[in-house]
Design a protein around this ligand. Structure first.
Ligand SMILES: Nc1ncnc2c1ncn2[C@@H]1O[C@H](COP(=O)(O)OP(=O)(O)OP(=O)(O)O)[C@@H](O)[C@H]1O
Length: 271
């Protein structure tokens, strides 16, 4: 008998309701150690709500989320972070008055203490600074280490946000639309960096509307529509699934759409 390896993350029959609205409806999926999993679906499908249920920003109304077999139910966000989850959000909000390096070092300090003040006092410490430098290098912006966020273009700020999330040394990195707002060249470069981070051993869930890049870098996809899981599996097979095709507008297969230059707007953007 083949022994299944333990999933790093198990989402088991999760439902999230906001009053009368069911944002997630009985969704289950696993994330295996080392995977780069794409979580996709049209606008309002429930992707961000799913990430929030995993990190504890919203409570699952029903169901369970398990990390390495341990239930996260009822666990506050900071405990989930300590256990190995890290979320990189769409909105980039660094501390504007300190350097990029200090921003990442601060995030590294926050992994040890919940107090921003204590973490700030730790910023100059060698260990956090070393982590900061390493993470800036991993996301390709080490040359900007001593600059402040205010003068940086969006592409650099997105990489800074990713470096801050990586500074927590997560077992599972959750990326919520990291490519939104970038032009196609920048999106391509950042997706390549995400794939490199994954190859270096970080398990990733990637929420993204840019299906061309999703298909290029993800090993497996889970598709949500109206809060329900409608497909999962190898990217090309998933994109050609009739249920997935009908969830997105238009008669083309998603794989055909992925070849189109304006694909980033399939399913809409957050502009
Ligand atoms: N805090 C909330 N209170 C009430 N309804 C919410 C809340 N957050 C999300 N929703 C609703 O839940 C549904 C799923 O939203 P969600 O943002 O998770 O979708 P999404 O797939 O991430 O969409 P998008 O791609 O547009 O970001 C939507 O109908 C949304 O309006």
């Amino acid at each position: 008998m083949k022994i299944q390896p333990q999933a790093l993350l198990r989402v088991a029959n999760v439902t999230v309701r906001f009053g009368g609205l069911t944002a997630i409806d009985d969704v289950s999926f696993d994330v295996q150690p080392g995977e780069l999993l794409g979580l996709i679906g049209p606008n309002g499908a429930g992707k961000t709500t799913m990430l929030r249920a995993i990190t504890g920003v919203v409570r699952a109304t029903e169901g369970d989320v398990m990390l390495e077999g341990d239930s996260l139910n009822g666990m506050p966000i900071h405990k989930r972070i300590q256990k190995g989850l890290s979320l990189s959000q769409q909105l980039v909000k660094p501390f504007r008055e300190i350097s990029l390096l200090d921003n990442v070092a601060l995030a590294a300090g926050m992994a040890r203490t919940r107090s921003p003040l204590k973490a700030l006092m730790h910023v100059s410490q060698d260990e956090e600074a070393a982590i900061g430098r390493e993470m800036l290098e991993r996301v390709g912006i080490a040359a900007h280490a001593d600059q402040k966020p205010g003068i940086q273009p969006l592409g650099i700020l997105k990489r800074l946000e990713m470096a801050r999330a990586l500074a927590l040394k997560p077992k599972l990195l959750l990326l919520d639309e990291p490519l939104a707002g970038l032009n196609s060249k920048e999106a391509n470069a950042l997706a390549t960096t995400i794939a490199e981070i994954n190859r270096q051993g970080v398990t990733i869930i990637l929420i993204e509307h840019n299906l061309g890049e999703v298909m290029r870098v993800c090993q497996r996809l889970v598709v949500l529509d109206n809060g329900r899981k409608i497909a999962q599996g190898e990217p090309r097979a998933v994109m050609n699934d009739p249920a997935v095709r009908s969830a997105y507008l238009g008669g083309d297969t998603i794989a055909e759409k992925a070849k189109q230059p304006n694909l980033a707007v399939v399913g809409g953007t957050h502009a």
